[in-house]
Design a protein around this ligand. Structure first.
Ligand SMILES: *Cc1c(COP(=O)(O)O)cnc(C)c1O
Length: 441
């Protein structure tokens, strides 16, 4: 599709057509479904969204890290078009089809760890997390699950219990699943000064031993870089120390790679950035299929095989069209150049963000890896959260045609998850807008 890769504003944001559509939406769609920016998107390509008023926005969020390969990526469009005309559904557990198996094969090939792997496919990230826990419980014959402060794992009943934040994910939606305990995360910006990753892991491990008991734990679930929590990168050594402990205690270590995985950080999986961190299972979704809904659990064969046949599945899981889209994405990553693009994006964005941090004392920290970067806003001179400034900057960016997303337990983080198809020029333009916004404070 011919959409010029440039920002272009022809109305105010949101434009009149978007405003009219939004009015109707509020009459038609349940209000529990939120809206970050009520601009109605008609088409998209690469890193540019085109709205119904004809505005072209720079997409620095990729629908929360989903269109990593770029909007309407040619190979994805072709694969989906061909597949949809050929076969859309049988239910894999009734009569199987090839794309499902091929997706599993590629995921098994790239999951880190020297052991035999298998995969199973689902529809959403939350569903993948649920299934990872089912398998971990079945395999270990234990019940308890440990998750981390600031974690996010989804919106189903079990995953609601695994999230850290009450609002908006849990408030009033209980009762929640039991046997889930939150333990302290490594959060270098807020941990005691000088706390190492090993020390932060020891703090978490001590907590789990006292509060839960290692022998009762089926799984420890961790995002190797926390997503909704605000792109929190644990201190070096944290993940490895945790990994050594789970292994020694027969606990299944689940890396929730839903947001950080799939080339986003410059490697297939964010887990690969820390040597010695060896998850047993990984949950994969968001960026895997260019926007088509599909997710996976990949991991140790003996854990994946621990369920009796029929225990794992679902009607739409690994749907042929979504699987064809995933294959188109996975093959491009395998072909090379995609991971490098994430590193290139970091090399453009990070220096710009660090320079802004120098200029604007409301920026407390710049962090993240690859094309998964964030800034945390503080009250100048402190580490106290500053949600008001975050909201003001978000609004400025939106009004100027740059789609950014927030994050963080205290709503004081802006995260950047551009498509890996984005040009350096667009990245710099988005940074110019952000900088201009900071200048208005
Ligand atoms: C988004 C997300 C999920 C949930 O994925 P859905 O597809 O929305 O169910 C789970 N874990 C992490 C880390 C996520 O970012």
């Amino acid at each position: 599709m011919a959409i010029e890769q440039q920002r272009k504003l022809v109305t105010s944001i949101p434009g009149p057509k978007s405003q009219a559509l939004h009015k109707n939406r509020l009459e038609q769609v349940g209000h529990g479904v939120g809206t970050t920016l009520p601009v109605y998107i008609d088409s998209a390509h690469g890193a540019i969204l085109v709205d119904v008023d004809g505005n072209q926005l720079i997409d620095m969020g990729s629908g929360i890290g989903v269109t990593t390969i770029g909007h309407t990526n040619e190979a994805v469009v072709q694969a989906v078009s061909e597949q949809v005309a050929k076969l859309t559904h049988t239910l894999f557990t009734v009569t199987p089809y090839l794309p499902y198996v091929e997706v599993c094969e590629i995921l098994n090939r790239h999951m880190p760890g020297k052991f035999v792997k298998r995969s199973a496919l689902f529809n959403s990230g939350a569903e993948a997390v649920e299934n990872a826990i089912k398998l971990a419980r079945k395999y270990t014959n234990r019940n308890e699950i440990a998750v981390f402060d600031h974690a996010y794992h989804g919106r189903t009943n079990l995953t609601m219990a695994m999230n850290f934040k009450n609002m908006p994910y849990a408030d009033g939606f209980g009762p929640f699943a039991g046997s889930v305990t939150h333990v302290p995360m490594s959060y270098p910006f807020h941990d005691p000064a000088g706390m190492t990753g090993e020390e932060a892991a020891t703090r978490a491990i001590n907590y789990m031993e006292k509060r839960i008991g290692a022998k009762n734990l089926a799984a420890v679930v961790i995002e190797p870089i926390q997503g909704e929590g605000g792109f929190i990168v644990p201190a070096p050594g944290f993940l490895k120390t945790l990994s050594v402990w789970t292994k020694a205690n027969g606990i299944v270590l689940v890396a929730d790679e839903v947001q950080a995985g799939m080339a986003r950080t410059g490697k297939w999986f964010a887990s690969e950035h820390e040597e010695g961190f060896e998850p047993d299972l990984m949950t994969i979704a968001k960026g895997i299929a260019g926007g088509m809904p599909i997710s996976a659990v990949t991991g140790r064969a003996e854990i994946m095989d621990s369920s009796h046949p029929g225990g794992i599945g679902g009607t739409f899981g690994g749907n042929p069209v979504a699987a064809a889209a995933a294959l188109a994405v996975l093959k491009q990553i395998e072909a090379g150049g995609v991971l490098e693009k994430a590193v290139q994006i970091e090399s453009v964005l990070k220096p710009r963000l660090l320079a802004m941090q120098e200029r604007f004392p409301v920026i407390g920290e710049v962090r993240g890896r690859g094309a998964m970067l964030a800034i945390e806003f503080v009250q100048p001179g402190t580490r106290e959260p500053n949600a008001a400034v975050t909201d003001a900057i978000m609004k400025f960016c939106h009004q100027n045609g740059v789609v950014v997303l927030n994050a963080g337990t205290y709503g004081n983080v802006i995260r950047f998850l551009p498509s890996l198809a984005i040009s350096d020029d667009l990245l710099n333009e988005a940074m110019d807008v952000l900088e201009a916004g900071l200048g208005t404070l």
